[in-house]
Structures are given as C-alpha cells and as structure tokens.
Write a protein that binds this ligand. Sequence first.
Ligand SMILES: NC(=O)c1ccc[n+]([C@@H]2O[C@H](COP(=O)([O-])OP(=O)(O)OC[C@H]3O[C@@H](n4cnc5c(N)ncnc54)[C@H](O)[C@@H]3O)[C@@H](O)[C@H]2O)c1
Length: 429
Amino acid sequence: MKQEIKPAAGRLGIMVVGLGGAVSTTLIAGVLAARKGLAKPIGSITQMAAMRLENNEEKLIKDIVPLAKLDDIVFGGWDIFADNTYDAAMYAEVLKEKDLKPVKDEMEAIKPIAAAFDHNWAKRLNGVHVKQPATRWELMEQLRQDIRDFKATNNLDRVSVLWAASTEIYIPMSEEHMSLDAFEAAMKADNKEVISPSMCYAYAAIAEGAPFIMGAPNLCVDIPAMWEFAKKMRVPISGKDFKSGQTMMKTVLAPMFKTRMLGVHGWFSTNILGNRDGEVLDDPDNFKTKEVSKLSVIENIFEPEKYPDLYGDVYHKVRINYYPPRKDNKEAWDNIDIFGWMGYPMEIKVNFLCRDSILAAPIALDLVLFSDLAQRADMYGIQTWLSFFCKSPMHDMEHEPDHDLFQQWRMIKETIRTMIGQKAPSYLD
Ligand SMILES: NC(=O)c1ccc[n+]([C@@H]2O[C@H](COP(=O)([O-])OP(=O)(O)OC[C@H]3O[C@@H](n4cnc5c(N)ncnc54)[C@H](O)[C@@H]3O)[C@@H](O)[C@H]2O)c1
C-alpha cells in the first residue's frame, strides 16, 4: 500500500556535529558548488541514481520520491574550533583553493556553535570552543536550544542532525543504556562514564523531532534507550560509520567469494592516513571503536556456521596507521588469502588510493536526505534500509545486519517501492 509522504516543502536545516571537519566542509562545499552548477554531485545516490519501476521504466530516485532539493538546504552545526567552514576547509586540505573560492563567501558565513565536548572521549583533541554545562542533562538542554534557535533564525521547515565529528572512545553497552528511564536518570546524575557527548546531541535531536545520523562508529544511538526514545518521538535514526573506502570494497568482494563458493583463509587490511581523523584514531581507545566497526563485516557475509569448510577459520585483521604526510588521501591495502578447487591457495591484493572525504561527503548527503524523507513518510526508529551507507549498520537485538552492498542497494529500492506502493518489476530489478 502506498505511504503518505508529506511534500518536501520549505527549507531543510542540516546541523552537522563536527562542522569544521574534513567530511563536513567537503560536503558543504560540494552542495554549494552543485547549486551553482560548478560541480556534479558525483557519488550521490539521491542526486544521480535511477531505479526500475513496476512497469520496467527507469527513473531517477529524486523523481520518484519527494526529496529535499539542494537549493533548500541550510547548513549549520557545532565544532570545538571556532573557524568558519571556509577556513576549516582550507585547513583540511581536501579541496583545492580554486574549488573553494567560488563558494568562499557562503562558507565564511557558516560558523560553528560552541560544541558539546569532553576531552576524555577524544583524548587527542583539545576543544577551545566548547560549552561549560553543569551536567550532561544541562548540556543536552543547551543543544536543544541551539536546534530551536537555528530553526527559528533561518526560517526552517525541518532540521536533521548529522554526526560527522571525531570518533569517540570505545565503550560497551551498560545498564544505563538499556531503557529510556535509566538513560535519562544517568544524564541527570551526570554520569560522564556512560553518557558520551554524542549521546547528548542525539538525545537533543530526537527530542526536537530531528532525524539523527551517526557517521562515526560511536555507540551513541545504537542502544535500546535511544531506539525507545526515537519510537516515542516518531523520529528516524540511522548509522553507524560511513561506508566509504576499504569497507565498501570488502562488502563487494566478500559476497563475490561467497557467491562463487570460494574459501577464505585470511584477510589483512591496513591503512595509512594523515588527517585529524587519523590522529584521533591513533589513540588505542578511539581506534577500538573503529576496529569493532570494521571487523564486523566479514563474518556476517561469510556465515561461517553455514559454510565451515569455506569460512570456518578466517583470520581477519584491520590496522589504521596515522601517517601525517598523506593528509586526507588515505591509502588502503588488502591482502586476501583465498582457496579454490581441492583447496589450492590464491592471493588477491587490493591497493586503494582513495580520498576519504570525497567518498564520504555524498554518503553524508544521502543519509540526511533519505532520513528527511523517512521523517516525512512517518518512518521512525532505526532505518535499516540505509545500511547501504554504513560500515556497521544499526539493528535491534532481534535482527542481524546485512553487510552485502548489493543486498543493501536492494533494500533501498524495496523501501522506495513500498513508499510508492509498487512491487519489484521482474527478476531484473
Ligand atoms: N572520511 C571518511 O571516509 C569517513 C568514513 C567513515 C567514518 N568517518 C568518520 O567521520 C568522522 C569525521 O571524519 P573527518 O575525516 O571529517 O574527521 P575530522 O577530524 O576532519 O573532523 C572531525 C571534526 O569534529 C570536530 N569535533 C570533535 N569532537 C566534537 C564534538 N564533540 N562536537 C563537535 N565537534 C567535534 C573536530 O574539531 C573536527 O572539526 C570521524 O568520526 C570519522 O571516523 C569518516
């Protein structure tokens, strides 16, 4: 049955946590440039991808469902440094000055609000543009006020909040995360050990009816308390961790081995990168969060319990090395030891010289625009159909994530078809 979807009327505010980061500034510059016809939104599903409809006709997704237009987006957000987004983009050195110049005035006008920050959650960072609240609860209240002010000042119809800030330290789920009551009590008791700054942003967004997207691997919205709150407030939440480079390759290669019934002995993945993200991840506690996210992929795709002869003993290792000269131009190597007929071994080497933020920016845009669509279609709670964009797709306790990129792409198409009341066209899809 067709879903009621409210039109994308008025302006959409995108409040980015980590407004001055590499991903955020690349996203903002790209959207502003695309608006002026100076760049194409390459890599964006919402802007460029088409899909087949029931009658076999192919149409652009943005012509099938009512997505917010790039022209209607207003950027804002928070950062621990006060630089405007033009200066921050120059510092990040992802984009060249010649590509930033045409959008300089607009980017200079986009300045961060003081951040919700706690040094203990990102030890390599020293925030200078930060709020000084008495408790986590008060911190969250200040963030709510920021969202309300931003909406009013810019005359916005809707707001989405996107976390594109640094990865926080790893923490396991605890009692305080298991229910909304326990979570709110911990915020009020100012339990700084279990309530991270990112959780304060997420809670504030949901409380203000704004979809929340987690672009890092932080625990944050991936806890029962937040699922409960998102359902209560009828707000979509999604994440975690943009699936931009090496993991994207993994979630394409692993299904290929499995479809061909080829075995895997080991998979060693290593990276060098030299941006601030790399610096933060150089701390073992922050790296642990990323490692857990990156490691989860293979086992889920291979299903070793079903195919013990092929995947019963896969040695999987992931490394990230901070190497400043590389800046945002990450280099990733994968060595995959596979085996075939009669157990004969073979090796595959992948060397991906990528640009992290160039890959992540369109993912961030798509997550925001699809989350805004979900909100208008009254789809709330965890948006599993957005797994395509995430290294570590969110799921509740009863479900398993799906990591296969092509299954995930199918989930997007199926969701869009359900929204407009259509079935898959044929086996061709
Ligand atoms: N670039 C990619 O391909 C990619 C892929 C997956 C995930 N990610 C994740 O996205 C995030 C952003 O990546 P990046 O390369 O832009 O990093 P970055 O270090 O360039 O940007 C992060 C920004 O967040 C700010 N920040 C840190 N803590 C904050 C807080 N509590 N509140 C507000 N601002 C805060 C920092 O000052 C910085 O400006 C990281 O967590 C990274 O792990 C990036």
